[in-house]
Design a protein around this ligand. Structure first.
Ligand code: TGC
Ligand code: FAD
Length: 404
């Protein structure tokens, strides 16, 4: 439970990072399994991520050694069946795991989102039995790293316009085109790629890194998500055996249903980043004195903190309810869009306010706010931008489509 009482702070709250802020007792809505998963991942993040993350972000380097650890704590596909390399848990457990990872860093959560929801999930959902058996155990154990290629240089928000294509060539398809902004692509052993066939239908396929004509150059110069590696996917007459193409799915609903799964996780993940910023700002406001008193005693600081915990609490309730709907298969894509948009924007606003509470110190890597803030600029944009999700909600409530 919330451990700040009467404006004072307990000793442990001063010394222990990652305080638990549960203003409305949302924990009472969680099961023993959810709480255990949260504790395990939180502990892992404290041990493995927090001590190194500032340095990796500073150097714009991906801590690749964490892939194995992420697999061991069950962060890859927590809600996929165990026999297919997943964790066999429910959607709320999946969400809570993403929350705890993003408390550490959005880039670490991205590693898990891509592997679990954008690579393992489509193989599980659309793959043949052979594809599942060949790739899922290796992905679940972290032996293989995967990436997901939908976005193209000229087709981001409108993936239906993609020009990456396949042409029939007997027992294989010939793949040509390019994908842009692909998380983990330079490291990936396999890529789940979406391309148009000769009839113009979008098809999904698994492409292996060593295949002739396939390369994945890194994109440099990012000020955001610096501990996550991003690259392109370039296909020049790559021969993709037909057995590597997903047999039954055609159309944009294939990749979009993977995005629904990942966006759901982001709606929870963003709460973790917000909690870390709030936690740091609250602590700082109680320790830092100006004009002879803690800055937390000034009404303007209290306004910031009170609004932060209000928004976090609303986001926690939104995520929990969305998770309850997802558990019974009733979370609609538009409901997921609303939660992704709201919670990421909430986290970004909190990161900015928290940075202000830290004054000049807030721009340094002594505190996590600026790193979260920069990361969240990406999170606001990827998996559908802030405005695209608004238009999805707009379409849902009006029945009128702004995209057509
Ligand atoms: P539209 O005609 O609306 O839909 C085409 C078909 O798809 C169905 N559908 C969905 N199915 C499942 N889940 C969803 N969320 C779905 N949304 C739509 C739809 O019912 C339809 O089915 P059918 O049977 O009628 O064919 O498609 P549109 O071309 O008008 O586009 C709509 C729009 C703009 C909302 C969509 O294109 C969109 O969401 N754009 C945003 C693109 C995006 O999010 N890209 C993300 C790339 S991946 C990424 O960013 C990974 S970051 C990784 C990390 O965490 O590091
Ligand atoms: P654009 O689509 O060009 O949008 C530019 C602006 O125009 C945005 O503000 C947008 O909201 C606005 N806009 C566009 N259309 C409309 C409209 N109809 N109405 C109103 N406004 C509109 N993609 C993958 O496939 N796989 C990945 O692993 C992946 N990882 C990523 C990692 C990072 C670090 C980043 C930055 C991106 C990643 N992406 C990935 C791509 C991401 O999904 C796209 O950047 C995103 O979908 C937006 O596309 P875009 O950048 O081309 O912007």
């Amino acid at each position: 439970m919330h451990n700040q009482n009467n404006g004072t702070i307990t000793k442990s709250a001063k010394t222990d990072r990652f305080q638990h802020h549960d203003y409305y007792g949302v924990d009472e809505l969680l099961t023993e399994e959810h709480l255990l998963a949260r504790e395990a991942v939180r502990e892992w993040v404290k041990q493995e991520v927090s001590p190194i993350i500032e340095e990796y972000a500073d150097k714009s380097k991906c801590p690749t050694h964490l892939f194995k650890g992420l697999a061991e704590i069950g962060a890859f596909g927590p809600s996929l069946p165990v026999e297919y390399g997943g964790g066999g848990m429910d959607e709320i457990a999946y969400g809570i795991i993403m929350q705890e990872l993003e408390r550490g860093d959005s880039g670490i959560r991205s590693m898990a989102s891509v592997q679990g929801s954008l690579v393992m999930y489509p193989i599980y959902r659309f793959g043949s039995e052979e594809q599942k058996r060949k790739y899922l155990p290796k992905l679940g154990s972290g032996e293989f790293i995967g990436c997901f290629g939908l976005t193209e240089p000229d087709h981001g928000s409108n993936p239906s316009g993609m020009i990456t294509n396949i042409k029939d060539d007997g027992d294989a398809y010939i793949l040509n085109g390019a994908k842009m902004w692909i998380t983990n692509s330079p490291l990936a052993d396999i890529a789940v790629v979406w391309a148009k066939d000769e009839e113009g239908a979008i098809r999904g396929m698994i492409v292996e890194k060593d295949w002739k004509g396939f390369s994945a150059p890194e994109i440099h110069g990012k000020w955001s998500l610096r501990a996550s590696i991003t690259g392109e996917l370039v296909f020049e007459d790559v021969r993709v055996p037909k057995e590597n193409v997903f047999p039954d799915v055609r159309g944009l609903k294939g990749p979009l249903s993977c995005l629904s799964k990942a966006r759901y996780g982001i709606a929870w993940g963003a709460i973790g980043a917000a909690l870390d910023c709030y936690d740091s700002a609250l602590r700082y406001s109680q320790e830092r004195e100006q004009f002879g008193k803690p800055i937390g005693q000034f009404q303007l600081t209290q306004k910031k903190l009170a609004e932060m915990i209000t928004e976090i609490t609303k986001a926690q309730l939104l995520a929990w309810r969305l998770g309850s709907l997802a558990n019974v298969g009733k979370a609609t894509p538009a409901q997921i869009s609303m939660a992704k948009r709201n919670n990421v924007h909430m986290a970004l606003q909190i990161a900015r306010e928290a940075r202000q509470i830290h004054g000049g110190m807030g721009i340094t890597n002594e505190y996590p706010c600026m790193r979260h803030m920069m990361n969240l600029e990406t999170v606001l944009t990827y998996e559908g931008t802030h405005d695209i999700h608004l238009l999805i909600t707009g379409m849902d409530v009006t029945g009128l489509n702004a995209f057509k």
